[in-house]
Design a binder for this molecule. Structure first.
Ligand code: FRU
Length: 485
């Protein structure tokens, strides 16, 4: 099927039609990456939540599947996760045909309306046909609520160190950890975060996983927590904590607040369970609750970020979570210009023309010097990104990028980020643009920036500018093949 409506992403996942928010239940099984998502099939604004479903063999090309979970008398189906219960610990399948198990939040509207606080509980569903159809467990809810308003978004994973299942969810302003032998009976272990991290809004969509620190034997646990509002650019954002987890307690010495992405539009992101080669693959919802319901699309609303591989590095004696677009994107690229060096003279523009930057990847390396890039078109839209070497800041200016007036804050401010972890003498830029988004991976993904844009026409001009002599090395521009043909 071909989707060519205005602003329809050509190589990012979006639902066939209607409203989507958080990615859910991300799990790999038998060669297939499953992606479920918060879905309202009746409208292009948020409404009673279902789990939509899509699948992919390469994380780039997706197939839309039928709705996996519908609301029932216990409530709407909010965010959650999925695992493959290989040892059939739940007893819901067999060893020969282990169940896929999804754990999600039930949101009970009647409970909420009547002023109760315990309207969110955790439920379970399972599939015995590789994710095609799902049955709700008949003992739901599996985790009840003791009057904690905002009690949701369970992430379940197998912990090989303790030989138990772990579950992390959020309870208002903090996270809670649980353990289980069978995915059904859960034991509360500990709380984390009442006095740590950013608290500008409610905590949502946690994730917890272990990564090896690059070039060392050291391993660290990473806790992702989305918050809304309270992110650096306003509204929704995802922070992370680096620490230790013994299966019951999470501990960190971290003092500062770290964000997984410094753009305005990467929220509620979590990672895959059960991936091949132990890769840690992340997908976020490419929007922001401030204006998610107002963006100028008509048949569907919003898309996911490109899947990203996460890794840990140590910079300035501190741990930094790096993200890069998954390798599989490479097979989607068709190189148009390759490995040109471009010399910039102080304040002299260099202009490059291309029929559609909104379906392209740009990659190059510079010295650690100022650089400004302006994408523009004949409709006089312009999107400016700028690295300031002295101040060590990176900014995105979408104030004139196209349609911005659908909501007051969308095009109001330049989004500027301090980038102290840029420490090398050369800086790699990877810029990936779709019809309504830009993703920038700076210095190999030490920083990433994800933003929505709605240009009136595709950008066709790239202006490059520096106030110093600057060598732009190995500049390459690739067309990105669409995934919907
Ligand atoms: C995050 C979130 C989750 C919740 C879901 C409801 O965007 O608010 O906390 O489960 O969306 O759709």
């Amino acid at each position: 099927k071909i989707y060519k409506e205005p602003f329809r992403p050509q190589f990012h996942f979006s639902p066939e039609k209607k409203w989507m928010n958080d990615p859910n239940g991300m799990v790999y099984y038998k060669g297939v990456y499953h992606l479920f998502y918060q879905y309202y099939p009746e409208d292009i604004v948020w409404g009673p939540m279902h789990w939509g479903h899509a699948s992919s063999k390469d994380l780039i090309n997706w197939e839309h599947k039928k709705i996996a979970l519908f609301p029932d008398k216990l409530g709407l189906i909010f965010s959650g996760s999925a695992v493959v219960d290989i040892k059939n610990t739940s007893g819901l399948g067999t060893l020969e045909n282990p169940p896929m198990v999804a754990v999600f939040t039930y949101h009970n509207m009647d409970g909420e309306k009547s002023g109760r606080k315990d309207f969110q509980t955790q439920g379970l569903a399972y599939s015995l046909d590789e994710g095609d159809t799902w049955q709700k467990y008949n003992g739901n809810p599996i985790i009840k609520n003791s009057a904690q308003k905002d009690f949701r978004d369970p992430k379940v994973f197998w912990n090989p160190e303790t030989n138990l299942w772990n579950l992390v969810l959020v309870a208002g302003n903090h996270a809670q950890f649980f353990t289980s032998e069978n995915l059904i009976n859960w034991e509360f272990q500990s709380d984390f975060g009442q006095n740590t991290g950013a608290h500008g809004g409610v905590w949502e969509c946690p994730d917890l996983f272990k990564l090896q620190v690059a070039d060392s034997q050291e391993e660290k646990w990473v806790l992702l927590i989305s918050i809304n509002p309270g992110s650096p650019n306003g509204g929704s954002g995802t922070q992370y904590f680096i620490g230790e987890f013994d299966g019951e307690n999470f501990k960190t010495n971290q003092k500062d607040i770290k964000w997984i992405d410094n753009g305005a539009d990467n929220y509620a992101g979590v990672t895959y369970n059960n991936t091949p080669d132990n890769k840690r693959i992340f997908i976020g919802w490419m929007s922001n609750w401030i204006y998610a319901r107002d963006t100028p699309t008509k048949t569907w609303r919003s898309a996911m970020t490109l899947p990203r591989e996460l890794s840990l590095v140590k910079i300035n004696n501190d741990y930094v979570l790096k993200s890069t677009a998954v390798n599989q994107l490479k097979s989607q690229l068709k190189q148009e210009y390759s490995h040109k060096n471009i010399t910039l003279k102080p304040n002299k523009k260099v202009e490059l023309n291309y029929p559609n930057f909104n379906q392209s990847e740009i990659d190059f390396t510079t010295e650690d010097k100022d650089l400004k890039l302006i994408f523009s078109n004949e409709a006089k839209d312009s999107l400016t990104i700028e690295y300031n070497a002295k101040q060590k800041t990176f900014s995105i200016d979408r104030r004139h990028s196209g349609i911005v007036n659908f909501e007051e804050s969308f095009g109001k401010q330049i989004h500027k980020t301090a980038v102290p972890n840029i420490v090398s003498n050369t800086i790699n830029y990877q810029i990936i643009m779709d019809w309504s988004s830009i993703e920038i991976f700076l210095d190999g993904g030490i920083y990433s920036f994800t933003e929505q844009i709605f240009p009136n026409k595709p950008y066709t001009i790239l202006t490059m500018l520096s106030n110093e002599n600057q060598e732009v090395k190995a500049f390459s521009l690739s067309y990105i093949k669409g995934i919907w043909n």
